[in-house]
Design a protein around this ligand. Structure first.
Ligand code: AHG
Ligand code: MN
Ligand code: MN
Length: 342
């Protein structure tokens, strides 16, 4: 089904407010939380572009400086989100890819009932070649919303199906914010001339099956047999012309998932002999993306289990992931089952 552009002129703030009104217990707190987060995204959209400009202006040895710059941008993005989110009184705790442990809300600020976990800059290795990068975020209610004490690790390690919202910002040819609060997936495009994120696609639906697979084939020699069998199958021409699939792999999860949401197909980061649980992190990469994929009508698993049903046990735990069009993910699960039963 084609992705339908909307003609309605709606800012993300108005969209959040209207969606909030649909929740009987809406207090506006959630809307304010998302409003604060979009401020951080506006700032990062500007800084990510400027970083590229600085690189040109810098005219210095790209290797060392670039390494600091990549680290600087990762840490800078983390700092921007922290400073935009720490004082609003909506959060009781945060967690980030760039912080070993939980990120406490400073003592002087009220503790709210929400939890924010995030990957401040996804696709860091692509910054120096100006390839699309992004920010991934996920919001939960704290385990006991009646408390006003600092949040705990348990608040950060909830099942993915408990997310109240999740999304990503994608800093590409344009900056887009894709998010869902459980009522489908909407896409907003940033218009820097007016400083607003405007609704561009509504309630996107992922095709039931695609013709694209997305994986780092450089790891093929380390994959489980079932993944190898599946990819071999995808590359074998079929009479109905559905196969061979095309390979598309940006190396930035945000970009690969964004394409998968629009065109369908499958994105995979399997476990392998060197990384048994794969490279991607459950709490702030795989869970938020799984939430979006399911909200768009797709499927997201670790090859066996639904990702959102998996209880996280640590902030930075890795998990193999297979996500995208429902029929494609079901098919790879079948190949994995068949190989494991041999
Ligand atoms: P991050 O930059 O936040 O560490 O994430 C990078 C991740 C993800 O964006 C992408 O899908 C994956 O790394 C690519 O890994 P490979 O380079 O091993 O394919
Ligand atoms: Mn990442
Ligand atoms: Mn990152």
């Amino acid at each position: 089904m084609p992705i339908v552009k909307t003609s309605k002129l709606i800012t993300i703030e108005r969209h959040i407010t209207e969606e909030g009104a649909m929740h009987p217990d809406a207090t506006g707190e959630f809307s304010h939380l998302l409003r604060d987060f979009t401020l951080a995204m506006r700032i990062l959209a500007r800084d990510v572009r400027r970083a590229g400009l600085n690189d040109v202006l810098g005219q210095t040895d790209g290797t060392n400086i670039h390494g600091e710059r990549v680290k600087r941008l990762d840490i800078h993005a983390n700092d921007v989100i922290f400073r935009a989110m720490d004082h609003g009184g909506h959060l009781c705790v945060m967690a980030s890819e760039e912080a070993d442990g939980m990120i406490a809300i400073p003592d002087e600020y009220r503790k709210g009932k929400y939890v924010l976990v995030f990957d401040p800059l996804d696709g860091s290795s692509n910054i120096d070649v100006n390839v699309t990068i992004g920010t991934i975020f996920s919001i939960y209610k704290r385990v006991d919303p009646s408390l006003n004490t600092p949040g705990t690790l348990e608040d950060c390690l909830q099942h993915g199906w408990k997310q109240v919202a999740a999304g990503y910002a994608m800093y590409g040819s344009s900056t887009q914010l894709v998010y869902s609060s459980g009522n489908g997936v909407d896409v907003f495009t940033f218009d820097p001339t007016i400083g607003e994120f405007l609704l561009t696609y509504e309630k996107i639906r992922i095709p039931k099956r695609g013709k694209i697979y997305s994986v780092n084939s450089g790891n093929a020699h380390k994959w489980p047999q079932g993944v190898r069998d599946y990819v071999t199958h995808l590359l074998k021409p079929s009479d109905d012309g559905i196969r061979p699939y095309s390979l598309r792999y940006v190396g930035t999860m945000v970009a690969d998932i964004h394409r998968t949401l629009h065109y369908g197909g499958i994105f995979m980061y399997p476990g392998d002999t060197s990384m048994p649980d794969g490279k991607l992190r459950l709490v702030y990469e795989v869970n938020p993306m799984a939430f979006l994929i399911e909200q768009a009508g797709g499927r997201a698993s670790d090859g066996v289990k639904r990702v959102l049903d998996i209880k996280p046990t640590s902030l930075h735990q890795h998990i193999p992931c297979f996500m995208g069009s429902e029929e494609d993910v079901l098919e790879v699960e079948e190949f994995l089952r068949a190989a494991s039963s041999e």
